[in-house]
Design a protein around this ligand. Sequence first.
Ligand code: ADP
Ligand code: MG
Length: 450
Amino acid sequence: MTETERHRLWQSVCGEIELSVTHAAFMTWFKKTELLDVTDAGDIFISVPNIFAKQQFEVKFNSLVKETLKRNNITPRAINYIIGNKIEKQSDNRVVSIAAPRLAKKELSPTHQQSLNQRYTFSNYIVGGNNDLAYAACQAAATHPGSKYNPLFIYGGVGLGKTHLIQAVGNEILRKKPDMRVLYINIETFVNEFLDSIRFKKKGFSDKYRNVDVLIVDDMQFIVGKEKTQEEFFHTFNALHQANKQIIISSDKPPKSIPTLTERLRSRFEWGMAIDIQMPDFETRCAIIDAKAGQSGVSLPRETTEYIANNIKTNIRELEGALNQLLAIAELRGREPNIDTAMALIGNVKQNRPNHLTPKHVIQHTSKHFQIEISDILSARRDKHIVLPRQIAMYLLRSELHMSFPRIATELGRKDHTTAIHSIEKIDKAIKLDFVVREQVSAIRDALYA
Ligand code: ADP
Ligand code: MG
């Protein structure tokens, strides 16, 4: 694609987006963007002015950008938001990570160089009583891959730093030995590629996973209920383990608590070391907030740090989110971030449910997301493309508005509330097993609170 074509494409994308977001949002976030590159593989590189914009795009606007690109005949594989307007020229600042896949191309094979996010390092990982064992074990695995803890199994709740830590191992190994073949994957990628390899009789699947020195597998819990994949993973595991290759796995639960994991896979996972990560205590939360603010070049007043740490206790991703919003608001207003802004903001976060959210909103947003009519959701039609949205709408009425089953049934024009119970149970399960459903639900939820 030539520069002119890129420019035209981006103009057209922004033109469409301008119509679908508020004027203020468009001026604040989209005005200063630029389309830097579209690779043949579908990797998109978009330049954004600063860390706040990057955060906004990743969290809020990513699906909008993706959909709009699609309407303009580009199907993105991954969208990368780059701070500044040069992809290559970033080697001297800390956002080098985002551009790194392109820089590293010369040295590493395509399979391995793209898998890690170089933002995740040991040096920017804050250690506290909640994660010190996991950190030490990961460092040991990075220093002596394949010999110490194999497999190394890290588990803990959402947003507590598992992905960061296990990727830090990969990045550290590559830093010391750039020719090591390190492969990081989410188990969902493994599942999908495995199914594709069967469906389309593709070759090379097992080789890809067996020709590595270090295999890092994230979110192992999603292998639940997928017996064929478990078997395939079992063989991959054995091949690597016998060759003394390091295997690192993360999951939301310890091996023994992952339901329906075949016994032989479970016992393999228990061969090495399984360590948990807990929610950090107050001091560690403060240290994380200060470190993250510091990375954005901001030093927060002590009371502000403590206020955030005191009020967000569930996970670190949320902590980061609140901090980034605080910094973004302060920047927009041209003031230093302070406790008043933090209180206003976190008050909102905690309240979580905007007053105006009604069952109608939920149904509207759900049908909009699936591009079907509201009347279809409310109808008795049993077509597949309508049933799933209907079930998701019921699920969201329950999770977001805490409505009773009979009321949910009534809202959707059903007489029998057992339908609501079944639907909600079904989506509840699907979210754990099927990442497409999970993404759909979270996209609608984001839209509800946007
Ligand atoms: P998980 O994989 O457990 O859901 P992540 O590794 O994605 O969690 O962490 C969520 C966010 O919090 C990431 O941006 C990560 O960099 C950050 N984070 C988590 N733990 C720490 C830590 N101890 N120090 C610094 N940042 C952390
Ligand atoms: Mg993770």
